[in-house]
Design a protein around this ligand. Sequence first.
Ligand code: HEC
Length: 127
Amino acid sequence: MKKYFSILSLLAFAGILMSYSFASADAAKGEEIFNNAKVGNCKTCHNINDKKKVGPGLKGVTDRQPKEWLQKWIADPQAVWDTNGPEVQDLKKRMNKVDKPKTAMKPASKLAPEQVTDVIDYLATLK
Ligand code: HEC
């Protein structure tokens, strides 16, 4: 009986370890994409603390913007800018661009949707 329980707890522990390493592997891929000038190139315009660069500092961004919004924004910022939805209005106010028809953010056109998800997983670690 005792042996049976210890095997069970070992399995549970292994499960926790595996799910943890899968989650962090995506964030690690996202970090690489974020920093690589030839791939995501996000670092050129964004700090990972709360200081503005060309764009806003991205610390805590997954708390202020929904993940589905981020997925669309990173792939095609101008299309999302044109929707002028509540997230965009908030961003425009913070950037002092309430009347600007064009966003200064470049689309991550080289990124596959899974890579954008990896970047969002990385952004979620910036707390
Ligand atoms: C050429 C500069 C530039 C690059 C490159 C760039 N961004 Fe941006 N980003 C901006 C600007 C500028 C804004 C704010 C909108 C504006 O002022 O037009 C912004 C806004 C954002 C926001 C919204 C932040 C908030 O506080 O709501 C996110 C998230 C974001 N960018 C992520 C990324 C990611 C991820 C990448 C890389 C794939 C990236 N950006 C590449 C300039 C850039």
